[in-house]
Design a protein around this ligand. Structure first.
Ligand code: NCD
Length: 307
């Protein structure tokens, strides 16, 4: 696997291999010694959208595997002088790099890089528009497997802004490939018709499905991607789709609560649930490092297969 653009492109075996590999990397640089899988390799992070977790996580993952990481910040760069995204990337490539981790507001930007840069440069998608966010999908599934010991046969609800969420799309592809049942739940205006082409159940009443769910993944309303009003008020959204103490009581006692972050406390999740015993939100962040180490090592180091 040379690039990672989305979980849609991967087989169940590919996903399982990456999850197994992430288990080996779990704790590297913290509870286990640093490694040198990426010794002599240079990874550039190119983020054209805001990020806290993903960017820091990729940077630490590279360093804990002994590689070098260079950050490109779009603010203050020559893109503000009119240079195109692809020209910027080609210029960075000319400095001799091994991989680009890219986040961009346009769906398909990472794919465009695979066509413009030399094949020896790995492209890893860190979130493109409303398309995919494969390492987030992998770390969500890793956390589910860690907590529930299996993925197949579980019922997982993705709740919220399905229409604008790249996390939703990566979860749908990854979870259904591994045999989980996926329910997408949100206001009708935020659940697009196209989602029905995937093997998912569509629901609009969270209270009606909660008792069936083993995992509830609460997606942030992507206000920055929305054009127009999709529900009357944030208060009404929280009333109908927010995970709170009352809804937690109506769920299975061992329901696993996930959220990709950033969380908006009081909107998609209340603080008591976010910080409570069913929540694995911070473990997701920890697991993100392991998953990203696995992805970096596989894409940069094992160039035997082509994709
Ligand atoms: C997600 C993203 O950027 O798509 N954040 C993340 O990477 N953890 C989810 C979000 O912004 O809501």
């Amino acid at each position: 696997m040379r690039h990672l653009l989305g979980l849609e492109d991967l087989s169940a075996a590919d996903i399982t291999r990456l999850l197994d590999s992430a288990e080996v990397y779990h704790g590297v640089g913290v509870s286990k010694p640093k490694r040198d899988d990426l010794k002599g390799k240079l990874v550039v992070t190119m983020f054209f959208e805001a990020s806290t977790r993903t960017k820091i996580s990729f940077g630490l993952a590279v360093r804990r595997l002994g590689g070098d990481v260079q950050d490109f910040s779009s603010g203050g760069s020559s893109t503000s002088k009119g240079e195109t995204f692809l020209d910027t990337a080609r210029n960075i490539e000319a400095m001799g790099i091994d991989a680009v981790v890219v986040r961009h507001g346009s769906s398909g930007a990472p794919l465009a890089l695979t066509r413009s840069l030399q094949p020896r440069v790995s492209i890893i998608n860190a979130g493109d528009g409303a398309h995919e966010h494969p390492t987030q999908g992998l770390l969500d599934i890793f956390t589910i497997r860690q907590k529930k010991k299996t993925v197949a046969g579980l019922t997982v609800a993705l709740v919220g802004d399905i229409a604008h969420s790249r996390v939703a799309r990566s979860n749908i592809h990854g979870l259904t490939k591994l045999g989980a049942k996926v329910i997408v739940c949100g206001p009708p205006t935020l659940v697009p018709n196209e989602v029905k082409q995937f093997d998912v159940e569509v629901a609009h009443d969270l209270d009606a499905i909660l008792h069936r769910c083993d995992v509830v993944n609460l997606l942030r309303v992507q206000f920055e991607r929305q054009r127009g009003a999709f529900f009357p008020s944030v208060g009404e959204y929280a009333h109908l789709y927010g995970m709170n103490g009352k809804r937690l009581k109506a769920s299975k006692p061992d329901v696993l609560i996930l959220a990709p972050g950033p969380i908006n406390r009081g909107v998609e999740i209340t603080p008591d649930v976010a910080d409570g015993p069913n929540s694995a939100i911070l473990e997701q962040v920890e697991n993100g490092l392991a998953v990203r180490m696995a992805v970096l090592a596989e894409t940069i180091c094992s160039r035997a297969g082509t994709r």
